[in-house]
Design a protein around this ligand. Structure first.
Ligand SMILES: NC(=O)c1ccc[n+]([C@@H]2O[C@H](COP(=O)([O-])OP(=O)(O)OC[C@H]3O[C@@H](n4cnc5c(N)ncnc54)[C@H](OP(=O)(O)O)[C@@H]3O)[C@@H](O)[C@H]2O)c1
Length: 248
């Protein structure tokens, strides 16, 4: 029985490794860097199977899908955690940056779900790591936010289509990981409602086991989800812009 975790070398990814390692025989740890994967193996032992894959590269994604088909592992957890984004207007992204972002945040997660479902045990779990930015359009992280909205919507539908599997969209707000820039022009960047990676993961595992299809790990972002449902998005976007004006 295995867990397949993408972005296992990142901060939230490593917490997921810790969170599920006791429930499985092996963890297929997916990441780009051989060095980081090896150090994950040194830290967690022989249960870690390093799977070097660049999820911005379609051939690499398909190679991983073929490996699942060939080895036919019994999958208890699929955790699509790898993700990428940057704060900039869309006009400043190169075509290849746009393709790479959409490939990692949407296509890789989608193809891995499609590939893994036939090999998942009854009662298995799919956790797709989305973001609170999925709740509304967010100018200056437009691609990131739109890709996470896609993943959230996809995951909730998948959960209904597959009654034997529990699928959850994990939607944290700011999480204290190396993905966030800590300083801007010599000033500390403020992240409202920021939480630890451990809190995100503990809540996500608890929520998927309860049968929820969305996990939002702090009261602040649970309120923001409600707020962005009831308020016109033109207003919500203005407030977002006010919050980030010092950083763009
Ligand atoms: N931090 C936040 O505030 C926050 C908030 C909401 C949602 N999230 C989501 O949480 C997830 C994990 O992020 P994190 O904060 O833990 O960031 P992180 O520490 O930077 O981890 C990102 C992980 O994704 C992997 N990754 C990036 N590009 C990849 C590629 N092309 N192919 C394969 N793997 C790739 C990274 O591998 P390398 O080590 O090789 O780069 C790393 O393992 C992401 O989906 C992110 O969108 C984060």
């Amino acid at each position: 029985m295995i867990a397949l975790i993408t972005g296992a070398t990142g901060d939230i990814g490593e917490e997921f490794v810790k969170g599920v390692i006791g429930e499985v025989d092996k963890i297929w740890a997916v990441g780009r860097s051989e060095e980081k994967l090896e150090s994950l193996k040194n830290k967690f032992g022989d249960k870690i199977v390093p799977v070097r894959t660049d999820l911005s590269d379609r051939e690499d994604i398909l190679r991983l899908c073929s490996r699942i088909e060939e080895e036919k592992p019994q999958i208890r957890y699929l955790i699509n955690n790898a993700g990428t984004g940057k704060m900039a207007p869309v006009s400043e992204f190169s075509y290849s940056e746009i393709e790479g972002l959409l490939e990692i945040n949407m296509t890789a997660a989608t193809l891995l779900c499609r590939e893994a479902i036939p090999y998942m045990e009854k009662g298995g779990y799919i956790l797709n790591i989305c973001s609170a930015s999925a709740f509304q359009p967010n100018p200056y992280i437009a691609l990131y936010s739109a890709s996470k909205s896609y993943l959230m919507s996809f995951t909730r539908s998948l959960n209904v289509e597959n009654s034997d599997i529990n699928c959850i969209a994990v939607c944290p707000g700011w999480v204290d990981t190396k993905m966030l820039s800590k300083m801007h022009d010599g000033k500390k960047v403020e992240y409202p409602g920021i939480v630890t990676a451990k809190k995100v993961v503990d809540d996500a595992i608890r929520d998927v086991k309860k049968g929820k299809d969305v996990s939002v790990c702090s009261p602040y972002y649970r309120f923001m989800r409600f707020y962005s449902k009831v308020m016109p998005h033109s207003i919500v976007m203005k407030q977002w812009l006010k919050g980030i004006r010092d950083y763009i």
